[in-house]
Design a protein around this ligand. Structure first.
Ligand SMILES: NC(=O)c1ccc[n+]([C@@H]2O[C@H](COP(=O)([O-])OP(=O)(O)OC[C@H]3O[C@@H](n4cnc5c(N)ncnc54)[C@H](O)[C@@H]3O)[C@@H](O)[C@H]2O)c1
Length: 329
């Protein structure tokens, strides 16, 4: 399916109006795929109508928990499954709703897909979150699962239901466990999607941003590299079915170094203050993380193309003319 192999293919992207889903939609449509984006436009997440502007994909507004899925899924050749409740604090506050979206609704989709598109390839968006506080770095796929919060439990469950489809029914399913992703179409109005969103906003508004803690290590993946990873996973799904892969990105940096580098990417303009980690978040913080993603690189040839400094600069440049679309939600 590489390059022109996507032309005319019927692709469904759940969560397609969100940050990562919309970037994928743009890339797929540019390759000639026939793309449907399903999204419930949840107000607390990364959904934004502006995310799909100019993409040429069909957006269906619907919730995986209750929308009629059969006709939507029929004929799907590739499902990129990006829809999720992603807030860690949100999951702690309302674990029933979190489980409803990330696990129960996933089972609903699993069942409909059995009937509507039994041969379709599925690439599932999973997370490094459920490894919990790493017992060693870098974290490979054999690291024990030890979810630090309700959202980690629900995301792990959702992934496992898809892997079962592969083990029991032989469906080509690949699950990608993502680290912190950033880039165009990220929610920047606040810190609900990631701390980096609010950093971008503050920098572009000439306000200081806050760094909580500062010593934690993170490896960030730029949006285009995430998109490439999903495309590569779909293209190799027949050979990789039933497997999970960690996806990393840049060389790990501490949050303090990241703060310095995003200011440098803003032509040296900007400032930050360091703060203690908030008491309500500290118990669910995973500390330092970086991925060992050698397995995915070896299996697919994928490698991140955008270095951290370039990615930060591209991100700031992308938002400058579009701030209003991303602040007035
Ligand atoms: N962004 C990251 O750094 C990151 C890191 C690890 C894992 N992930 C995973 O990648 C996927 C995409 O994340 P994102 O950052 O783009 O998040 P996002 O919030 O921007 O996108 C998720 C989209 O799913 C939609 N959605 C949520 N529940 C739905 C439902 N019940 N029915 C239909 N649509 C629904 C939301 O409206 C939103 O547009 C998620 O599965 C997430 O867990 C992301």
């Amino acid at each position: 399916m590489s390059g022109s192999g996507w032309k005319g293919r019927r692709v469904l992207v759940t969560g397609g109006a969100g940050f990562l889903g919309s970037n994928l939609c743009h890339a797929l449509a540019a390759r000639g795929a026939r793309v449907t984006a399903l999204d419930a436009m949840m107000p607390e997440g990364g959904a934004n109508r502006a995310n799909l502007e100019g993409a040429g994909v069909m957006l269906v507004r619907g919730d995986l928990r209750d929308t009629e899925l059969l006709s939507l899924c029929q004929g799907t050749e590739v499902l990129f499954n990006m829809a999720a409740q992603t807030s860690h604090m949100g999951g702690q506050r309302d674990p029933v709703a979190d489980l409803g979206i990330n696990a129960v609704a996933q089972v609903r989709l699993v069942q409909v897909m059995r009937e509507a598109a039994p041969q379709a390839v599925v690439v599932h968006a999973s997370t490094r979150q459920f490894y919990g506080r790493p017992i060693k770095l870098p974290v490979d796929e054999l690291h024990p699962v030890n979810p630090p919060d309700a959202n980690g439990v629900s995301k792990w469950a959702g992934e496992q239901y898809w892997l079962l489809e592969s083990r029991v029914l032989g469906r080509p399913v690949v699950s990608l466990r993502l680290t912190n992703c950033y880039g165009p179409r990220l929610r920047i109005a606040d810190a609900r999607q990631t701390f980096l969103g609010i950093w971008v906003r503050r920098l572009l508004e000439n306000e200081p941003f806050e760094v909580w803690g500062g010593a934690q290590l993170r490896d960030l993946t730029y949006a285009d590299d995430v998109t490439d990873a999903f495309l590569a996973a779909a293209e190799h799904a027949a050979a990789l079915k039933g497997q999970v892969f960690n996806i990393g990105g840049s060389t790990p940096v501490s949050l303090l170094e990241l703060a310095e580098r995003i200011i440098a990417a803003n032509d040296g303009k900007g400032s930050f203050v360091t703060k203690e980690f908030p008491a309500d978040r500290a118990p669910i913080d995973i500390g330092s993380y970086h991925a060992d993603d050698r397995a995915f690189r070896a299996a697919t040839g994928w490698t991140p193309r955008i270095g951290l400094d370039e990615g930060l600069r591209l991100t700031l440049d992308w938002y400058r003319p579009r701030l209003a679309d991303y602040l007035n939600l």
